[in-house]
Design a protein around this ligand. Structure first.
Ligand code: BTN
Length: 252
């Protein structure tokens, strides 16, 4: 924690050499009353989880695998905005720390060097219509080489080191990420989503382009035009109508 300039985020931190998933551990701790800002971080995850029920490859000594407990006082329908706030915040921090150009692929994949380097998993626990807590899971590929990824991931996944041609301190990056997240989270709670929506759109890689949204209800083709206040993707279809996409994988 030396060198960490936050008031809350990461002030309380639990570190594991190895764990199934920091996300699951953060859920357990939040249920047991852990305060906002608690960070669970591990060197290696044996059962890392990704979006849409996928697994997340989390090998030792190369990436940052961490989960942050949040207790935002916002109405339930606004919680998806938090994922986009986190994506913008992390993209800005990583760009500043590495000098790389970091883009966001909807909803919250961070790309550098044309590959996904960071994934974000936001999970919510609610009671009736009140937010109980949110776990913000961050998986950042820092120092992996191409060979560190399983063959089936190599075409799409990369690391900051692969994009920049040099390695980075994982501790320093984790600290800068927590500092940026705390400042942006506080800003979001005070000022709302509008500034973040603009920042998100400025970093988006697919706006104005033809994309295929693979949703549980089928594939939709169209031009990505932006996001709405719920964080849904606005897809302009061939007939000119805008369709809102809430959950999908995007093919660029
Ligand atoms: C994605 O599918 O893009 C999201 C990946 C999120 C991975 C992180 S790593 C730390 C935390 N623990 C997990 O099991 N998953 C998240």
């Amino acid at each position: 924690q030396d060198g960490l300039a936050t008031k809350r985020f990461g002030r309380e931190a639990v570190y594991f050499d190895a764990i199934a998933s920091t996300q699951n551990e953060a859920h357990r701790r939040a249920e047991a009353g852990a305060p906002e800002g608690l960070v669970v971080i591990a060197d290696v995850q044996t059962g890392g989880r990704g979006r849409l029920g996928r697994s997340w490859h989390s090998p030792p000594e190369t990436g940052i695998w961490m989960s942050l407990v949040l207790r935002p006082d916002v109405p339930l329908p606004r919680v998806p905005q938090l994922t986009l706030v986190a994506a913008v915040s992390l993209a800005d921090t990583l760009a500043a720390c590495t000098g790389l150009s970091v883009g966001i692929k909807w909803p919250n994949d961070l790309l550098a060097g044309g590959r996904k380097v960071c994934g974000i998993l936001t999970e919510l626990a609610a009671e009736a219509d009140r937010v109980h807590y949110v776990i913000l899971g961050i998986g950042l590929n820092v120092n992996q080489t191409e060979e560190d990824f399983p063959p089936e991931l190599r075409a799409r996944a990369g690391s900051l080191a692969m994009a920049a041609g040099r390695s980075f301190s994982r501790v320093a990056l984790a600290q800068r990420m927590l500092e940026g997240l705390e400042a942006d989270y506080d800003d979001y709670l005070q000022k709302g989503f509008a500034p973040f929506k603009r920042r998100w759109e400025a970093r988006a890689v697919s706006l104005g382009q033809r994309v295929v949204a693979r949703t549980p209800g089928g594939d939709f083709v169209g031009i990505a035009r932006g996001i709405d206040d719920d964080g849904a993707l606005l897809l302009e279809q061939a007939n000119g109508a805008l369709r809102k996409i809430y959950s999908a994988d995007l093919d660029l």
